[in-house]
Design a binder for this molecule. Structure first.
Ligand SMILES: NC(=O)c1ccc[n+]([C@@H]2O[C@H](COP(=O)([O-])OP(=O)(O)OC[C@H]3O[C@@H](n4cnc5c(N)ncnc54)[C@H](O)[C@@H]3O)[C@@H](O)[C@H]2O)c1
Length: 386
């Protein structure tokens, strides 16, 4: 039977259209509070259908959406509701694909891990940058030992998103008050995979909001991490600036050489200790696209590669390629960095989510969600089935 996919948040969530060519996927229902009127629901369903994702139903109400028959739900709603929606979907008996970041607090991280453990459902963390071609290539170079032991790395994400800090009605969005260091997974994901590590402590500082003082979010945030591999990692996130185009930049220093890219579209610049006669840095032709996959779809093909990998794992009943623990490895440095910023840059320990204690049933995370009261909820489905 085809995997029935639900979608929360129609903006970025439209990437599910990339799955439209698969015959083993069916688009079940989409949910977004903007879909209040029948006219809007019909328009969105028609638009998505024309683009390859023929969803059967559209809901403005989350609880009614959860009553729909689905196997896997893609959560592409604003970041502050990711955790609560992930927990509700898992506890309703479905697998989750969740956009970045996974959580906004340590308490949410514990709730999320408890939901995965107690339901046995799969959690897929949608860190698409881990699927970029050059990230996979750098990982292979590092694994081969060619770069020796990595001791320092940097990840920068520079993107002017001031236009996304207000919605169509002029109200500030979640991005208007987000400390940029919280949005760190596009750097921690690739770098932690390359270095085969997780963050252990973080010290971070946020700037004032001078570029666009009408939005309280700091203009930039910078964080310094220690890692389980012994390397030091520096992160920079800046979402209010005049930089065009936006870019991600990564750098790794190892005892045997260096790798650096300024944007994902340019070449990797490399040095190798064991090739000392190289005149300066060498250019390696590594872009975002994965070999053999072309550059179709968003982010150089990474969105399609990631979604297909996740759906393959769900259908084959395999473990998640980026599970809840790895998703939290990538996300918790941002949570702890924000705590550090709020306390003058003090070091904050980053917990290992694998060591979160099991929670007794009956406490907040162990309590069953109240059963859905909607008349449309099919027996055995919906929130009461988790
Ligand atoms: N991985 C990437 O490359 C990438 C790129 C862009 C955005 N994102 C992530 O995707 C998510 C969505 O980003 P966006 O720019 O589309 O955000 P957005 O603020 O535009 O919101 C997305 C949609 O969610 C809807 N929404 C708002 N509240 C909701 C709720 N409570 N329940 C369900 N839907 C709700 C909105 O109406 C909107 O249509 C964010 O978490 C963002 O971090 C990831």
């Amino acid at each position: 039977m085809a995997l029935r996919i639900g979608l929360i948040g129609v903006g970025r969530g439209r990437m599910v259209q990339l799955l439209g060519r698969r015959r083993d996927v069916r688009f079940a229902a989409v949910c977004d509070p903007v879909l209040r009127s029948r006219e809007l629901r019909e328009r969105v369903l028609a638009e998505m259908g024309a683009a390859g994702a023929s969803f059967a139903a559209a809901y403005a109400d989350f609880d009614r959406f959860l009553c729909h028959e689905m196997d896997l739900v893609v959560i592409a709603s604003p970041a502050p509701v990711h955790a609560v929606q992930s927990v509700a979907v898992l506890r309703s008996g479905r697998d989750v694909v969740c956009e970045v970041p996974a959580v906004m607090s340590l308490g949410e991280a514990e709730e999320l891990v408890a939901a995965v453990r107690e339901t046995g459902r799969r959690y897929f963390f949608a860190e698409n940058c881990c699927y970029w071609g050059f990230v996979r290539a750098w990982t292979a170079i590092l694994r081969s030992g060619r770069l020796g032991r990595p001791y320092y790395a940097e990840g920068d994400y520079i993107h002017d998103v001031r236009s996304l800090m207000r919605d169509d009605s002029g109200e500030p969005t979640w991005r208007a008050s987000l400390n940029p260091v919280r949005y760190c997974t596009h750097e921690t994901g690739p770098l932690f995979d390359m270095l085969d590590c997780r963050g252990t402590t973080v010290r971070a500082l946020a700037t004032p909001s001078w570029v666009a003082p009408e939005f309280p979010a700091p203009d930039a945030g910078a964080a310094l991490l220690t890692t389980s591999s012994g390397a030091v990692v520096r992160l920079l996130a800046c979402f209010k600036n005049a930089m065009e185009p936006a870019y991600h930049r990564y750098l790794v220093f190892g005892t045997g050489g260096t790798l650096e890219t300024r944007t994902t579209e340019t070449l990797t610049l490399a040095t190798f200790e064991d090739i000392p006669h190289l005149q300066g840095r060498v250019s390696l032709p590594l872009g975002t696209a994965l070999r053999g996959q072309g550059s179709g779809g968003g982010h150089g093909g990474a969105d399609a590669a990631m979604l297909n990998d996740f759906v393959d794992a769900a259908i084959a009943d395999r473990p998640s390629p980026i599970d809840v623990y790895r998703g939290l490895d990538y996300s918790l440095p941002g949570v702890c960095a924000a705590m550090s910023c709020e306390n003058g840059g003090i070091p904050v320990d980053i917990p290992d989510p694998r060591h979160f204690p099991a929670r007794a049933r009956g406490n907040k995370s162990g309590t069953e969600e109240p059963p859905c009261t909607s008349a449309e909820c099919p027996p055995g489905r919906g929130r009461s089935s988790g």
